[in-house]
Design a protein around this ligand. Structure first.
Ligand code: ASP
Length: 435
């Protein structure tokens, strides 16, 4: 008997967590639809999940961003690195704006109401205040209050200062070694946080079941449409960003190359990302595309693509825009301009520390919603459809890495014309020498 139970448990655990959450989402929804109001008694189980998520927000921001700042070590950034980082940031900001535009247009969450919302309507802050509030007057206080944006700001500043110190001091000196130790601590702390995240997600199977049962128990069949609209809105935003920003502006406008050729060269990476939902996991394929299909110099892509897989997450950041509007719809609020700017800034800064692994966009969503004071229940609710959304986001993420990498490589004459899929350029350029 005991071994039978163990067997069932083993089989249960062998299904990837996000699919178990997806199944819980469906079963919870069905239960809510079937029994209606009584299903709302499960609400505390959902609330527990939300509290667990809240618990890890500030530590995860602190540890992962410190690690991210280490990767941005000033000594590794030359002219090409600077261009890559700047373009990554600009395209991510454009992506979030597109996500917000599409979200405002589709209003995916309208028609669905969240059970008991303890959200207070806040006085809309003006723009200046939004920017001023990014800078904490007391970093420890900001962390203690759970204020995400000021915590992000302070941690990035701290991380960059550490990276600078590491560059300035010789190995073996107290400061250099101390910085190393701090970075190692951050890495260990981040790993520990991810262990907790996975524990929380294990419980998330029950949490999401309860949240969905409560939602559908209250709203009935009307709740189906908002989720379909959310998926549609994310697909539309991804399509617009790839079509407009990458193909039209970067490839055609700035590179003067055929957008179709770009898609031809990037297709392996795009398809892999779509299937495995991880930009880090797709990295070898993305690098291969950069090398074999676009003829990008190794010196460029070996820096830009691993960096992109961690800090350049256009799809993930854009999703924050759509999801923030979805969450606001659920509590019957409209996001003010200042709040939408807050989404842009939070998602942009948070993307520095978000890992390119399946589902990390959901963690980022907890930061964005916390910053806006919107209910974290939404994270549990969208977790059920995340296996679909994550594919779209990840495909967008790796496409963005390649679009920027090819552009910077060509700007700096680091393309081997004998290899590239591009057909439109009349005069093939020489492979640039290493220096
Ligand atoms: N899975 C995404 C990636 O690896 C991150 C996310 O949006 O969850 O790029």
């Amino acid at each position: 008997m005991a071994s039978g139970t163990r067997q069932i448990w083993k089989q249960y655990r062998s299904v990837a967590i996000i699919y178990r959450i997806g199944i819980a989402f469906v079963l919870g929804s069905v239960l809510g639809l079937a029994i209606g109001e009584p299903a709302t008694r499960l609400e505390p189980l959902g609330t527990l999940f939300v509290r667990l998520l809240k618990m890890i927000i500030i530590p995860i921001v602190f540890f992962t961003l410190l690690m991210g700042a280490r990767r941005l070590s000033p000594s590794s950034i030359g002219k090409i690195g600077g261009q890559v980082i700047l373009l990554y940031l600009v395209t991510t900001a454009v992506a979030i704006s597109i996500g917000l535009l599409v979200g405002n247009f589709v209003n995916p969450g309208v028609g669905l109401e969240l059970a008991d919302t303890s959200v207070q309507t806040k006085q809309a802050p003006d723009m200046l205040e939004v920017f001023m509030n990014i800078i904490p007057t007391n970093p420890v206080g900001a962390m203690a209050d759970g204020s995400v944006l000021p915590t992000i700001f302070f941690t990035i500043a701290f991380g960059l200062a550490l990276a600078l110190l590491q560059d300035e001091h010789e190995p073996g000196t107290t400061i250099h070694d101390g910085v190393q130790t701090l970075f190692e601590l951050a890495e260990t702390g981040a790993e520990a946080m991810f262990k907790i995240v996975w524990g929380v997600m294990e419980y998330g199977v029950i949490g999401v079941f309860a949240l969905m049962a409560t939602t559908f128990g209250q709203a009935g069949v009307d709740a189906i449409l908002p989720f379909a609209k959310l998926i549609g809105a994310v697909a539309l935003a991804v399509g617009l960003h790839i079509g407009f920003t990458y193909l039209f502006v970067l490839q055609w406008g700035l590179l003067r190359e055929s957008p179709l050729d770009f898609l031809k060269g990037a297709k392996e990476a795009m398809i892999t990302a779509l299937s495995i939902r991880s930009s880090s996991g797709t990295l070898p394929v993305t690098m291969n595309d950069a090398d074999e299909n676009f003829g990008v110099d190794e010196e460029v892509y070996s820096f830009s693509l691993p960096l992109g897989a961690t800090i350049n997450m256009d799809g993930t950041a854009m999703y924050q825009g759509v999801a923030a509007i979805f969450a606001a719809n659920l509590v019957g609020q409209t996001l003010t301009l200042g709040e939408q700017v807050t989404v842009i800034v939070t998602a942009l800064l948070a993307s520095v520390g978000t890992a390119g692994v399946p589902g990390s966009g959901l963690i980022m969503l907890t930061l964005v919603l916390t910053q806006l004071g919107l209910p974290l229940e939404v994270v549990g609710m969208v977790a059920g459809v995340d296996p679909i959304l994550d594919r779209l986001r990840t495909m967008n993420n790796v496409t963005g890495d390649l679009a920027v990498t090819t552009l910077v490589a060509k700007w700096n004459d680091r393309i081997d014309r004998t290899k590239t899929v591009w057909t439109t350029t009349d005069s093939p350029t020489e492979v640039a020498s290493d220096d």
